[in-house]
Ligand binder design. Structure first.
Ligand code: ATP
Ligand code: MG
Length: 267
């Protein structure tokens, strides 16, 4: 088993959503949402509180069933029935709460529910080797794979959670607010990990509130507002002010604003 998703050539679309709707009672959380992610591409998903980012992540990971819409992954339509089903397909998710077991060591956390077996017994040697391989592939700074999660820093925990998502060699990795609880140095480390995921050919969906983080690692930025796609930018073509305007809806016509600023005309 290899953790490197090399089957899809860089740039090809690995995940594509269209017309996704999701309603919770009176709240229309997602309306006609579309999203595309290529191999070796980091797509940042941004938007204000309640914009629908986590709902979209949960639709893709199978936590929620969309009311309508399609999810095409690796060339075929899929309907994941839950996070482990999605991971088996090749769509891994690191949820914001990480869902690690504090009292278990790194190896046990990485393989929880997907233990390596050897003639019916749990194969600790193989899992430990694979743990080091995964962590090395991320250039992760974890002192030992045999210490409990409780003894790790916030950044190290995030690293373990990301490493766990790579068990099974996914093509798409989704990270929901991976730096929200981290300090400056740890944030930089996690952003390095995101770049490494891209270098390995994974498609990455990064949900973040932090515009500096997003602008530091994303290739493309998708803005949701009130559950709808409201703007999309290549990272090198957008300023922080324009991003904030798109997120808050301060300027409903961000494109026109840009043209004005650059001295262009309409068409
Ligand atoms: N399980 C649920 N039941 C009812 N309403 C929900 C549920 N999950 C989300 N919502 C509603 O859907 C909308 C979108 O929520 P979502 O959590 O996707 O936003 P978000 O963009 O992730 O926000 P945040 O930045 O605060 O995490 C909100 O109005 C929220 O209250
Ligand atoms: Mg959220």
């Amino acid at each position: 088993m290899s953790a490197v998703a090399t089957q899809t050539p860089a740039g090809d679309t690995v995940l594509s959503l269209a017309g996704v709707n999701k309603r919770f009672g009176a709240v229309q959380a997602l309306t006609d949402v579309h999203l595309q992610v290529g191999a070796g591409e980091v797509v940042a998903l941004v938007g204000d509180n309640g914009a629908g980012k986590s709902t979209l992540v949960k639709v893709i990971s199978g936590v929620y069933t969309p009311d309508s819409g399609t999810i095409v992954f690796d060339g075929r339509e899929v309907a994941p029935r839950g996070p482990s089903d999605a991971q088996a397909l090749g769509i891994a998710t690191v949820f914001q709460d990480l869902a690690l077991c504090d009292n278990l060591d790194v190896v046990a956390n990485l393989f929880l529910g997907q233990e390596h077996l050897l003639t019916g017994m749990i194969d600790e040697v193989s899992m430990e080797k694979e743990s080091w391989r995964l962590l090395r592939s991320l250039s992760a700074k974890i002192p030992s794979v045999r210490i409990p999660i409780a003894a790790l820093s916030g950044g190290q925990r995030q690293t373990v959670a990301i490493a766990r998502s790579l068990v099974g060699a996914p093509k798409v990795v989704m990270l929901d607010e991976p730096t929200a609880a981290l300090g400056v140095a740890q944030t930089a480390e996690v952003l390095n990990l995101v770049e490494r995921l891209r270098d390995q050919g994974h498609g990455v969906i990064l949900v973040s509130h932090n515009m500096a983080d997003v602008q530091a690692v994303a290739d493309r930025i998708v803005v949701l507002r009130l559950g709808r796609n409201t703007a999309e930018f290549k990272v090198e073509e957008v300023t922080t002010a324009e991003l904030v305007a798109a997120i808050t809806g301060a300027s409903d016509n961000v494109v026109a604003e840009r043209r004005k600023r650059r001295g262009g005309t309409d068409e």
